[in-house]
Ligand binder design. Structure first.
Ligand SMILES: [Zn+2]
Length: 217
């Protein structure tokens, strides 16, 4: 993710190979073992994300509740990776926020990616990124000064052993973050970082006057 070439073999699991970056500590599937777009789409279409399901609402509440505490009334946001059935956007809209949805397979309105937002939600999506560095660069561009990026993904924290970790079993999960990776992201973009739930990170874009100078990467 960080462009470092300090990538080393990390694990073999479920018949697949994973590397780990020695700098940002991202764990990622060997690129040649990723699914094709068509196979990915088929897989995602089977996911059920029903906003009427109370269990799913509780799950998304881990993100929406701490995020909403930080947002001004009527704040404008983007749900990035909304999937086949938007759920989090519906929950936020019910509370008076303005939320657009983007998904490369199910809501591919690229025009939305050239706008800016007060907040971006990225739930159960970052583990699917083929090019996380491009995705996080884009989040950085899309966030208004003082804006929030809410990421929910299951972090890898050494236990259980990677090859027994349920989250890595899913074939569309191609990258895995650690607490160190999240700290690294905060430093990389000058975002403040809070961690209101084990698997939820709220990043905050600096206010305009305190943005770090963006030099060449
Ligand atoms: Zn890296």
């Amino acid at each position: 993710m960080c462009g470092s070439d300090a990538v080393r073999h990390f694990a073999c699991a479920h018949g697949r190979r994973y590397g780990e970056c020695g700098t940002c500590r991202l764990i990622h599937l060997a690129p040649e073992q990723r699914l094709s777009s068509a196979a990915e789409r088929t897989e995602y279409a089977t996911h059920s994300n029903d906003p009427a399901d109370p269990g799913y609402r509780t799950f998304l509440g881990r993100v929406s509740i701490p995020l909403m505490r930080e947002l001004a009334a009527g704040a404008e946001g983007l749900d990035y990776g909304s999937g086949p059935g938007p759920a989090l956007s519906v929950m936020l809209q019910e509370q008076g926020f303005v939320v657009a949805t983007y998904d490369p397979f199910f809501a591919p309105d690229e025009e939305l990616l050239s706008r800016t937002y007060d907040f971006i939600t990225c739930t159960e999506t970052a583990e699917h990124f083929f090019h996380p560095e491009r995705e996080f660069d884009r989040f950085d561009r899309m966030l208004r000064p003082g804006g929030w990026l809410a990421v929910m993904t299951e972090l890898y924290i050494e236990e259980p052993a990677f090859e027994h970790w349920r989250y890595a079993r899913e074939r569309t999960h191609v990258c895995f973050y650690r607490p160190d990776t999240m700290s690294w992201l905060g430093k990389r973009y000058g975002w403040s970082v809070t961690n209101p739930h084990r698997n939820v990170f709220l990043f905050r874009q600096a206010e305009a006057e305190s943005r770090p100078q963006q030099g060449p990467a």
